[in-house]
Design a protein around this ligand. Structure first.
Ligand SMILES: Nc1ncnc2c1ncn2[C@@H]1O[C@H](COP(=O)(O)OP(=O)(O)O)[C@@H](O)[C@H]1O
Ligand SMILES: [Mg+2]
Length: 153
């Protein structure tokens, strides 16, 4: 487990871009954290690191948005999901087990259907208004390695 303190949007942006550059084909990142914690904000920066040029918006009402960068980015938000069959109708497995990168906001709500190997990220508010604390857990060798690299500096 690694804990990273981000003081202000600039540090969040830098961290997100760095993570985006490290991600590779098939990677999956599950995000947990309250409303307004910063999941979408961080996803925007990860997208930049992945080379996405389109403006990333919250997929709260669409369940998923897709973007083309260096790889495809599949950005889910399952906050409003009432029934897992809605995800099945969407063919979620084709995304989770694809060549792209998948990010799931509120992924902890659908943990039972997430791939076992993944990064689990929790975002919490820090002491200051613009401070965030990121807790990372890599499951599986590849993701442990990414988390280790993010822990440096
Ligand atoms: N260090 C920070 N990292 C991320 N967001 C921050 C930070 N400081 C302040 N914020 C603000 O917190 C809010 C996070 O909102 P959002 O990313 O939509 O959260 P979520 O997707 O988790 O509901 C934004 O208004 C953002 O500007
Ligand atoms: Mg959000």
């Amino acid at each position: 487990m690694v804990e990273i303190r981000l003081k202000g949007l600039d540090e969040t942006d830098r961290f997100g871009r760095k993570l985006g550059k490290l991600l590779e084909s098939g990677d999956i990142l599950s995000m947990a954290g309250d409303l307004g914690a910063g999941k979408t904000t961080l996803t925007k920066s990860i997208g930049v690191g992945l080379g996405v040029e389109d403006y990333i918006t919250s997929p709260t009402f669409t369940l998923i948005n897709e973007y083309r960068g260096r790889l495809w980015l599949y950005h889910f938000d399952v906050y409003r999901l009432e029934d897992e069959t809605d995800l099945e109708d969407l063919g979620y497995e084709d995304y989770f087990y694809s060549d792209g990168v998948t990010i799931v906001e509120w992924g902890d709500r659908i943990e039972s259907i997430l791939p076992e190997d993944r990064i689990d990220m929790e975002i919490k508010r820090g002491r200051e208004l613009d401070e965030r604390v990121i807790i990372l857990r890599g499951k599986g060798d590849r993701y442990k390695q990414i988390v280790k690299e993010l822990d440096i500096d």
